[in-house]
Design a protein around this ligand. Structure first.
Ligand SMILES: O=P(O)(O)OC[C@H]1O[C@H](OP(=O)(O)OP(=O)(O)O)[C@H](O)[C@@H]1O
Ligand SMILES: NC(=O)CC[C@H](N)C(=O)O
Ligand SMILES: [Mg+2]
Length: 491
């Protein structure tokens, strides 16, 4: 899902960008990078791995400058290679570095345009490098380097680029640029920190507010859909709507799985949204099984905990941590290959048998996507002595590909695609399977104050807010299915 962060400060920002990456790490484990602007020079350091693998003291020393951007990557386009780590950089019309969360769905067309019309070279298969070159070209059409010129350039980006995108850019000689796609599918939040001893205020933008909390920035507001913000190196903030107003449809899967519970996203607490998911699902369980025989509710750590606890409360049964998570194994869903994902579930989770022996357990996960986790977990619960194993998913069945920044390119890899709930239950091997209804999920996220009317729920309902060109799904399947990735890696 990728984490992005940009800071304009009164002192060097590299150490803060690094710290920020450590709390956005759950959004992308494959690569990390930082770019800072130091007078007339852009400094970039990036590579494969976690932030802690990529940066050492020498790298940090190089990254001087009072404004900069950072990225952690979960690939949705191109390869997992280090040349596709972000930020990407170009040196014309100015030194520009870009970090992108999301996925463009018209990359092929843009790539051709960038090469044939804009006369620019794109070196990798990454959609983000294409996006950078579109921006660079649009900026080159402007006469000056001012916030207004940047807004005009982003108007061009909004016009040409289709898909989900939240972006931070460093422009040498100007400052930080941040913007969000016209539907606000991907998240981006703005923070401010009062300058010390009369210095100007400092600003940060991040995928999640948790990065602002850590760095002592106050959460000001979310960047709006189709809005662009420019913070100059001197700390002046400008903002403008660069795309006509569209229906705001933030990605609902952020609340289900991606974001940290301690983040606020589009003014909604992720933690509260997950608790409400648990309440709704608990009520559905009671409706369908009023005389249930559940002894214990057990979460599948980490992400399902908030929902599982609320289900236990609604059902009035015990909540128990029956699986212990190995803290040194990362998130499995965002790993690039199925082999690695499958192996990691067992390495990551181990049962405490006494919480299972002779009990009827309700295992709760936030979502069931490929079924990698739940299939193994159900078996582990049985091996640990459970009398019956029920499984609840705080999200509805995932049946359709995601094309806006989650790497689910191929419907056939989704366990619920073209299967009834009974068929999925059989495949996962549990005694009963229950899914959240989509209307309940959307209500749970929106909350009692109904903060959001619409969502991008495409992986649940197959409705794509940008429209999808004929043949697109076949193309991404050919390029990005697990099989295709395996063949590419082997070659
Ligand atoms: O059906 P699947 O394809 O297995 O995908 C869904 C699972 O993957 C995620 O867990 P993950 O291990 O990535 O992270 P977590 O520790 O935050 O729960 C998610 O929370 C589900 O447990
Ligand atoms: N998950 C994401 O946000 C991915 C960003 C970009 N499409 C990449 O593959 O690097
Ligand atoms: Mg999980």
């Amino acid at each position: 899902m990728c984490g992005i962060l940009g800071i304009v400060g009164n002192t060097d920002v590299a150490a803060q960008l690094y710290d920020g990456l450590t709390v956005l790490q759950h959004r992308g484990q494959d690569a990390a990078g930082i770019a800072t602007a130091d007078g007339g020079k852009l400094r970039v350091h990036k590579g494969n791995g976690l932030a802690s693998d990529v940066f050492d003291e020498d790298a940090m020393q190089l990254l001087q400058g009072r404004f900069g951007i950072a990225h952690c990557r979960y690939p949705t386009a191109g390869s997992e290679g280090s040349d596709e780590a972000q930020p990407f950089y170009v040196n014309s019309p100015y030194g520009i570095a870009l970090a992108h969360n999301g996925n463009l769905i018209n990359t092929d067309k843009l790539r051709r345009e960038v090469f044939e019309q804009d006369l620019r070279n794109v070196n990798t298969e990454s959609d983000s490098e294409v996006l950078l070159n579109v921006f660079a070209h649009e900026l080159s059409l402007q006469k000056a380097l001012t916030p207004d010129a940047v807004f005009k350039a982003i108007e061009g980006v909004n016009r040409r680029c289709i898909g989900g995108y939240a972006v931070v850019i460093s422009v040498l000689g100007l400052g930080l640029v941040a913007f969000r796609d016209p539907h606000g599918i991907r998240p981006l939040v703005l923070g401010k920190r009062a300058g010390k001893n009369g210095a100007t205020d400092e600003y940060a933008v991040a995928s999640e507010s948790v990065a602002l909390d850590l760095l002592g920035f106050e959460r000001v507001r979310d960047v709006g859909p189709g809005e662009c913000i420019v913070v100059t190196a001197r700390g002046e903030l400008f903002s403008q709507q660069t795309a006509p107003a569209q229906v705001h449809t933030p990605c609902i899967f952020e609340y289900v799985y991606f974001a940290r519970p301690d983040s606020m996203m589009d003014n909604i607490s992720v933690h509260k949204a997950r608790m409400r998911m648990g309440q709704k699902l608990g009520e559905k369980i009671l409706r369908l099984m009023p005389d249930h025989d559940i002894d214990t509710v057990i979460p599948i750590p980490d992400t399902s905990r908030d929902a599982a606890l609320e289900i236990a409360n609604v059902l009035g049964v015990k909540y128990r941590e029956g699986f212990i998570k190995n803290r040194y194994v990362g998130r499995t869903f965002i790993m690039p290959g199925q082999g690695q994902r499958a192996k990691s579930v067992r390495r990551k989770l181990n049962p405490i048998p006494l919480e299972f022996r002779n009990r009827v357990v309700l295992l709760v996960d936030d979502s069931i996507v490929r079924g990698t986790t739940s299939q193994q977990i159900v078996q582990m619960a049985r091996d640990a002595g459970a009398r019956k194993v029920y499984l609840a998913s705080a999200a509805p069945p995932v049946r359709f590909p995601n094309v806006y920044g989650i790497d689910m390119p191929s419907a056939e890899e989704l366990v619920a695609h073209d299967r009834s709930e009974e068929e999925v239950q059989k495949l996962l091997g549990c005694d009963w399977l229950i899914y959240q209804d989509l209307a309940d999920l959307e209500e749970a996220v929106s909350g009692p104050k109904q903060r959001m009317e619409h969502f991008d729920s495409s992986c649940f309902n197959g409705e794509y807010v940008t429209g999808i060109e004929e043949g697109y799904f076949d193309r991404i399947k050919q390029l990005r299915s697990d099989e295709a990735k395996k063949t590419r890696r082997a070659s």
